[in-house]
Write a new protein. Structure first.
Lengths: 510, 254, 466
């Protein structure tokens, strides 16, 4: 039998191919370049690759031609390009945080992860430069995320899911300080992630059994026209949803979030909070809007309950946290709920504002973690909230910035948080999910409390002896912080450009 | 060509018989793998399960994946795994202390509940309907069908899998490999020199002294004048001075 | 343009707090005075909007930068800028902290913005902006239990604004427009209920008032003045400007409930006041009663009632502002607000006792002073509407006000004579005199207000009944 390779539109795949290529080059750099040069080669290489990838995304967006390519495995459409673009941009900002080496000699990553934590050798490597494999890992993850947002069938999506998850599991284990916590986080994330992947795969099999196809258009047609009993479809959809909801950290699949966010090196936490969220919701949006739109009556009530639980549990547990990283983790859980609310509106506005929310939240959370990186004492980052008391007197500038970011998280007007929340809730009201909006609004009231508590703690408490100092950020962190804060402000005060962008992105290509 | 391929939706007697024989074995293997304390036993149980699964695949019209399962997974990967276990040593067993009280019970209950939920759902689905897609996939033969899909529809996914493999390789190296710096490698000659260098004590370190009332490594060795022999103190074990009562004769000296 | 100038001046005043501490507070206070001047300069006559400015801001969110001022909002804007100016002047000597003055001006920006906003979303944006400065004022400069009080304040206010937000969503979803200049008036009951609840928390309407006494008793003097004088007005203004016009049919149906709750607030506020032992809490609860009259006026949805509500709003702002300044002065001197420990003010400080008596009389609605008109006309409007029982009960509530205020006066001014207290400082007089003068002026010539508000109210009533 003969078959010929399908036509591949390499320009359409270029944003991903560039990153894959650069990641492979990065692995070679680690193998061939002398140790002291690696950092200085890897960082520019990654940055150039990301910029090139972003350039290709822009070029594709200007081409205004939506294509299905590589044997219908990849679809390049408006929302897909927007999501790819946001992943690249947020990835660049996260790369700044990862590349920071001023705050701590050698950066936030351990020099040799295999050395037993706490041993003599571990103490010796304390001041050695961190591993440089993090850069190719990050590029692999970013490329996987981009593919995840533009996959056109469940199989490609699954491969992409693995491609972006595996590097993240590894990156979690590479913290320079509190290494046992970091390793524990990685193991937890890996085990639970593996379970979620298994669910996803099982779901794909069920869907195949129902539709005889795994590409989104085929599934959509099957849902529309099939006379089969729906049981297989529903089981498959539930399994798929579990896999995806795990990645977006929705309740009850959120239990890994606080531990992993706390244990992972802070730049990686920021990377996960911003980019993984975009990718996971990008995938979820595509699956729900393209493949299963016709069965929205089946999944909307269930996913609605999950969204409500996510918002409430995230908000309530955030109130009880005493560690800033865990607090941000639970806030990320609650934000997943708001994003789900937008997603479930199942209308044009829902798609638009969910994408807007993803970008707005990404920038804010990156800036917030950048500040978490700065607040440190001799033991590294001082993440316990009690230590933040009185920070406003010690360093008013950073405390002001953090206050602004907290207000953005709380959704106060004139920040991107308000614009984004307003958008998704309005879309959900338009999509007849008013009950979910009521819960969302109430939970965001609860969620405002932990943020306000941090603000009050910083400004109204008297600094103690153990109040840590805020380190002077290096150029990289300063850049990340600036971009994050500026975007939070711009998207709050003048979001027109961004809203036009999501508007022009249009709908998914089916 | 398609002699081994079963028709979708039709279960022959032979297939049913094989299933009912092998399914419990596969299950026992899976449970045994988790249950066994010894890593080698675990691995062997896993081999059992995988072999049974391989037979299932072949029975259910997937000869290619069945063969791959047996040759690659069972034959190559698991054997490699066993090799490593044997080389490293198989003494290590997991700690079985529950850090969260009642966790195991809860996990068991929830697990059974979930399995029940899944089985009833699947049971209904399988009982009431036929699934589609098998005939289409196997239309031109199973192996050929997989080849066609891999190199046409899913060629990009197939290529991208290489990224996964690179990541896995780099990750394994990152997490397992300790790099030895050349300067830190000490030769036998250097160790000897260091041992007899002035200021070092070449003989074995003293154990608990002649007059010591205990032979615990935590008790410092005593010199004949009942002073503590400094060299007998370990840097790792906290020193324990005996109380009067503990040091007193215990009536066994007669 | 003058409206934008007013907002910009206020915002600049808030930002001026970041200047070097030496002259920051003087710059801020100067800008507050400028803002007051600008707000006066906005005066015009007529039924429509005197000034209007409309520009799209975020079209995707239905957010337009639509400002306007008319007879309904202008008096409240002037009241806001006046009270802010007085508070700034007061703080200049009392608590010379540029941050406090900056926060006051930030609050003014939000409040004036909300009064000016003619777009529902814009209104909400300004409404939210007020929350944080007020929180910071209570939590930063308040009394011993300031944290708890501030938290309660935020909890309630956030709750209110979230309900308001839900109402905004529903209105925009149902009518497809967030315009307040000419609202479509087709929103449903659900939207009205959310909006009204949101405003009721702010106003505060019984039984959603429990945050008010705590916030008042712990807030610093200027905080209490701003809270009672201006912030509460947002709730009633919101009902008049937002909730009723966007959903007149639903409002008409809900009016008896609103009226009933207002009467309950009047009575319960009065009764609770009789049992109060602390000066600031007493005045706070009296606010609940007074705002009850305002809400009763609004609930009638007639021209008389709305006029009464507007004039009552204004009078309450003036009188309660004055009362809180006076209580602040008493607490500064005696270091206690407990009625049982106060006493003999008549002997120790006759001037303070005199002006306190004046303010109390104004508050209880003595004819000839500002408090009378709003309450009397609210009762009349209720009677005209046919709510005889409500009108009678509200009148009884008015009598209760006389009872508790006279009880308060007796406890504070009479009794054993403590040592003489120091006389009024210049900055205190500067804060009191304008308020007292305005109280008399409005009391003697209510036409000053009704002439301004009249045309706008008539237009509003016409629009509702259409």
């Amino acid at each position: 039998m003969t078959f010929k390779l399908p036509a591949i539109d390499y320009l359409a795949l270029a944003p991903m191919l560039v990153l894959f290529g650069a990641a492979c080059a990065g692995v070679l750099v680690d193998a061939l370049v002398p140790r002291e040069w690696r950092y200085h080669v890897q960082v520019p290489l990654s940055l150039v690759a990301l910029l090139a990838s972003g350039g290709f995304v822009v070029a594709l967006a200007n081409r205004k031609e939506h294509v299905v390519t590589a044997g219908s495995a990849v679809v390049i459409d408006g929302p897909g390009l927007f999501l790819q673009g946001s992943i690249v941009v947020l990835g660049i900002v996260a790369l700044f945080l990862v590349a920071e080496r001023r705050l701590e000699p050698g950066g936030a990553f351990v020099a040799q992860a295999a050395v037993v934590a706490g041993s003599e050798a571990d103490r010796k490597q304390m001041r050695k430069p961190g591993v440089t494999e993090v850069y190719p890992m990050m590029l692999f993850a970013l490329a996987g995320m981009m593919l995840f947002c533009s996959a056109n069938d469940l199989l490609t999506m699954f491969v992409a899911l693995e491609v972006f998850s595996l590097p993240l599991y590894l990156l979690c284990a590479l913290a320079r300080r509190r290494r046992l916590l970091s390793q524990e986080a990685a193991v937890k994330y890996f085990l639970l992630g593996a379970f979620a992947s298994a669910f996803f795969l099982y779901g794909v099999a069920m869907i195949y059994g129902y539709a005889g196809k795994v590409d989104f258009r085929g599934i959509n047609e099957a849902v529309l026209g099939s006379s089969n009993s729906k049981t297989l479809l529903l089981i498959g959809l539930a399994m798929l949803a579990i896999g995806l909801l795990f990645k977006v950290a929705a309740v009850p699949f959120h239990v890994w979030t606080p531990d992993v966010y706390q244990g992972a090196p802070t730049p990686i936490t920021a990377f996960m909070a911003a980019c993984t969220k975009v990718a996971a919701f990008g995938g979820l949006l595509r699956v729900l809007y393209v493949a299963f739109e016709r069965s929205s009556w089946d999944f909307r009530p269930t996913l609605g309950v999950i969204a409500a639980a996510t918002m409430i549990v995230g908000a309530v547990l955030a109130v009880t946290q005493t560690d800033i990283k865990r607090l941000l983790a639970y806030s990320s859980v609650a934000n997943a709920g708001y994003l789900l609310t937008g997603t479930l509106s199942m209308n044009r506005d829902g798609l638009k504002y969910t994408m807007f929310y993803l970008v707005a939240y990404g920038f804010t959370v990156l800036a917030a973690f950048a500040i978490v990186m700065l607040v440190r004492d001799s033991d590294g980052e001082a993440t316990h909230l009690a230590r933040w008391a009185g920070l406003g007197r010690r360093s008013p500038v950073f405390a002001s910035l953090f206050t602004f970011l907290m207000l953005a998280f709380a959704g106060i007007p004139l920040t991107s948080g308000f614009t984004a929340k307003f958008g998704v809730f309005a879309a959900a009201v338009g999509g007849n999910m008013t009950w979910l909006v009521i819960i969302g609004v109430l939970s965001s009231m609860i969620l405002a409390f932990p943020y306000l508590r941090v603000v009050v703690l910083m400004w109204l408490s008297v600094p103690g002896d153990d109040t840590p100092t805020v380190s002077v950020p290096g150029a990289f962190t300063a850049a990340a912080l600036f971009v994050g804060v500026a975007m939070t402000l711009v998207l709050g005060v003048a979001p027109n450009q961004a809203l036009e962008l999501v508007n022009d992105a249009g709908a998914f290509l089916r | 060509m398609s002699t081994v391929l079963a028709l979708a939706g039709e279960v022959t007697t032979g297939e049913a018989a094989t299933f009912y024989i092998l399914a419990p074995i596969a299950l026992i293997g899976a449970i045994g793998m988790v249950w066994a304390r010894n890593a080698v036993h675990s691995a062997l149980f896993l081999v059992l399960t995988m072999l049974s699964l391989g037979v299932f695949y072949i029975l259910q019209a997937g000869p290619f994946i069945g063969m791959v399962q047996i040759i690659v997974y069972t034959g190559a990967i698991m054997m490699l795994f066993l090799f490593v276990l044997m080389l490293i040593g198989r003494d290590a067993s997991d700690s079985l202390i529950e850090t969260l009280r009642g966790q195991r019970t809860v996990a068991l209950l929830l697990g059974i509940g979930f399995a029940g939920l899944l089985c009833t759902g699947l049971g209904r689905a399988v009982g009431s309907m036929t699934s589609v897609g098998l005939d289409e996939a196997n239309a031109a033969g199973n192996t050929q069908g997989i080849a066609r899909d891999l190199f046409t529809k899913y060629v990009f996914a197939f290529e991208v899998t290489s990224a996964l493999l690179i990541t896995a390789a780099v990750g394994a190296m990152l997490l397992a490999h300790v790099e030895k710096v050349k300067a830190e490698k000490v030769t036998q000659l250097e160790m000897m020199r260091a041992r007899f260098a002035p200021g070092n004590y070449p003989a074995p370190k003293p154990g608990p002294g002649v007059f010591a009332a205990t032979n615990s490594v935590a008790a410092p060795g005593l010199l004949p004048d009942r002073t503590v022999a400094g060299r007998s103190l370990s840097a790792l074990v906290p020193t324990r001075e005996l109380t009067e009562a503990e040091a007193a004769p215990k009536g066994t000296e007669k | 343009m003058i409206m934008i100038a007013l907002l910009v001046v206020s915002a600049l005043g808030a930002l001026a707090a970041f200047l070097p501490a030496q002259f920051a507070r003087f710059v801020s206070t100067g800008l507050a005075a400028l803002a007051f001047g600008l707000s006066l300069a906005m005066y015009a006559t007529g039924a429509g909007f005197w000034h209007e400015y409309d520009k799209p801001w975020v079209p995707g969110l239905n957010l337009r930068f639509h400002l306007g001022v008319d007879g309904i909002s202008w008096p409240l804007i002037v009241l806001t800028t006046l009270l802010t100016l007085l508070c700034c002047g007061y703080s200049l000597w009392k608590t010379p902290d540029s941050r406090l003055i900056g926060l006051l001006l930030a609050m003014q920006t939000g409040i004036v913005g909300a009064f000016l906003a003619l777009d529902l979303v814009l209104f909400f944006v300004f409404f939210e902006v007020i929350l944080l400065p007020m929180y910071a004022v209570i939590a930063g400069w308040g009394g011993p239990a300031k944290r708890a009080a501030a938290r309660k304040f935020v909890l309630y206010t956030l709750f209110g604004s979230m309900l308001l937000l839900l109402g905004v969503y529903l209105v925009v979803d149902q009518t497809g427009s967030a315009d307040l200049a000419a609202p479509k008036g087709t929103a449903t009951m659900a939207a009205f209920v959310f909006l009204a609840l949101g405003f009721a928390v702010k106003a505060p309407l019984w039984p959603l008032h429990t945050w008010l006494p705590d916030a008042h008793s712990e807030a610093p003097t200027v905080g209490s003045v701003m809270l009672a004088g201006v912030l509460l007005k947002l709730g009633t203004y919101g009902l008049i400007r937002v909730a009723i016009p966007v959903a007149p049919e639903a409002a008409a149906k809900a009016a008896p409930v609103l009226g009933g709750l207002a009467v309950a607030a009047i009575l319960i506020g009065g009764l609770v006041c009789l049992a109060q032992t602390e000066l600031k809490r007493l005045i706070a609860y009296s606010s609940v009663g007074h705002m009850g009259f305002v809400l009763l006026g609004i609930a009638t949805m007639s021209a008389t009632g709305l006029q009464a509500a507007l004039i009552g709003n204004l009078a309450h702002g003036l009188i309660t502002g004055l009362l809180f300044f006076l209580v602040g002065a008493i607490k500064d001197r005696t270091h206690t607000g407990e009625l049982s420990q106060l006493g003999g003010l008549r002997d120790s400080s006759p001037w303070l006792a005199g002006i306190l008596g004046f303010a109390a009389l104004a508050s209880l609605g003595l004819p000839g002073l500002a408090g009378f008109w709003g309450e009397a006309f609210a009762v009349i409007a209720a009677a005209q509407r046919g709510w005889w029982l409500g009108a009678a009960l509200a009148a009884v509530g008015g009598a209760l006000a006389a009872a508790y205020l006279l009880r308060m006066l007796r406890k504070v001014t009479h009794g054993s004579s403590p040592p003489r207290l120091t006389g009024p400082a210049g900055y205190e007089l500067a804060a009191w005199v304008p308020l007292a003068v305005l109280t008399i002026a409005v009391g003697l010539a209510p036409l000053l207000i009704t002439d301004v508000t009249g045309p706008a109210v008539d237009a509003l009533v016409e629009a509702i009944q259409r």
